[in-house]
Design a binder for this molecule. Structure first.
Ligand SMILES: [Zn+2]
Length: 425
């Protein structure tokens, strides 16, 4: 069948989503960020080569930057370290060690642009005098090239902090050992399905001061990280009340955040989650920028030491993960001849834009909450265009009024989600 007006239908569908987008980030940051937002990063999918093409021309010595290559990826892409500032406190920030987690990489482009563009801004002056920043954007450029989590060897770099089997992990560890940063920012994205605590709200930003041992003890290194995270949390809360969470703090002896803490670098993990309707994570890019700048300020002026740790400890943990789409109650025409009444769950590779779906579950899922639900009772669910309707299969689905699939009311071709059948005239 043909694809009717997919994009406009998608926008209609998004505007009908249950959670309204919150207001913009705190006012005094908002205008500032708008002025430093690097153009050309409106899509969250981009290659490292493209990102450097946008940013490298501005990373000159005259503007206060030094750029060096610190290694190369498994496929030979350069890994670069951008240094800025003259201060005594060294801070290491790295992003996109998971290739499909690009939100902070966009925010780092904006941060570097601001530092270079506004050398006389008192806030920039304070950062320059107190801090020396070491920024490693896109630690996993091979993963970014195919927008997937792992590196080209198939290894999760954030489970390689001890083994150091990947060239990317070795480059980051070598830089840490050389620079001995007092503070670190470990910048990631998490699934938009995560709820904040027991609530039904999606987590927009999750923070963690990772533990350095199995007992999750405290020590001055971790307490400093908690102070920075508490300051970030207090800064974001007015805009993201109920949408902030804490990442699970069980110790992982292979993860970089945990081992950085163990090695003596006070490290904050930041995970950009989801805001419904923010398909390219542009609002989250701004919140991530605000979080990083607020954290750096708290380090530069020492206020992290007096931040109320309750702002961190009282954050709810990330709760359950809601699947992306639940089609409930349809008569499902699967591979076997006998149709069955069942619910079907679809998860998407790009959850916020509902692109590239796969069937995750089939069965009685009536008690399962989901980010988006379609009540298909009385309708028939078929595979589209001779595709298979099976677990892990591409979600190429057709909802029809009749058993033969001749009266379609909705379809999902694996890439884009049509409006609910109930929303159609
Ligand atoms: Zn990650």
């Amino acid at each position: 069948m043909t694809r009717p007006m997919l994009l406009c239908c998608l926008l209609t569908a998004l505007s009908a989503l249950p959670f309204p987008a919150p207001a913009q980030a705190p006012g005094h940051w908002q205008a500032l960020h708008a002025g430093t937002r690097v153009a050309g990063l409106e899509s969250r999918v981009f290659r490292a080569e493209y990102w450097w093409q946008l940013t490298l021309p501005g990373l000159t010595a005259e503007r206060g930057f030094a750029v060096e290559q610190i290694g190369h990826s498994a496929q030979g892409r350069p890994l670069r370290h951008v240094q800025w500032g003259n201060g005594p406190t060294h801070v290491l920030l790295w992003s996109q060690m998971h290739g499909d987690e690009s939100t902070a990489t966009m925010a780092l482009a904006d941060l570097l642009a601001w530092l270079g563009d506004a050398p006389d801004d008192p806030r920039v002056q304070q950062l320059r005098q107190q801090l020396t920043l070491h920024v490693v954007p896109i630690l996993n450029p091979d993963g970014a090239a195919v927008f997937s989590r792992r590196n080209a060897q198939g290894i999760d770099i954030n489970r390689d902090a001890a083994a150091l089997a990947t060239p990317e992990a070795r480059a980051l560890k070598a830089l840490r050992d050389r620079v001995q940063p007092a503070f670190g920012f470990n910048l990631h994205d998490q699934r938009p399905g995560y709820r904040a605590g027991n609530s039904e709200l999606p987590t927009a930003i999750a923070l963690l001061a990772p533990p350095f041992n199995q007992a999750r003890d405290s020590n001055p290194v971790r307490e400093r990280a908690i102070g920075v995270a508490a300051h970030i949390s207090a800064t974001l809360r007015p805009e993201l009340e109920g949408r902030l969470a804490r990442w699970d703090d069980s110790f992982n002896p292979r993860a970089f955040g945990d081992l950085m803490q163990q090695w003596g670098t006070s490290t904050v993990l930041l995970e950009a989650g989801g805001i419904e309707g923010d398909a390219q994570k542009q609002q989250l890019r701004q919140y991530t920028w605000v979080a990083i700048v607020a954290g750096l300020q708290a380090i530069a002026d020492g206020s992290h030491a007096s931040a109320d740790p309750a702002s961190y400890h009282q954050l709810p943990e990330n709760g359950v993960v809601w699947p992306d789409l639940l089609i409930s109650g349809a008569t499902v025409h699967g591979d076997v001849s006998e149709p069955v009444q069942a619910d079907v769950v679809v998860n998407f590779r790009h959850p916020l834009s509902f692109e590239q779906g796969r069937i995750a579950d089939i069965g009685d899922l009536s008690s399962q909450p989901a980010r988006r639900r379609i009540n298909a009772r009385g309708l028939h669910l078929h595979a589209l265009d001779g595709a298979r309707l099976a677990i892990d299969g591409k979600a190429q689905l057709l909802l029809s009024r009749d058993a033969a699939g001749q009266e379609p009311v909705w379809h999902l071709d694996g890439d884009l989600l049509e409006p609910d059948p109930g929303a159609q005239p």
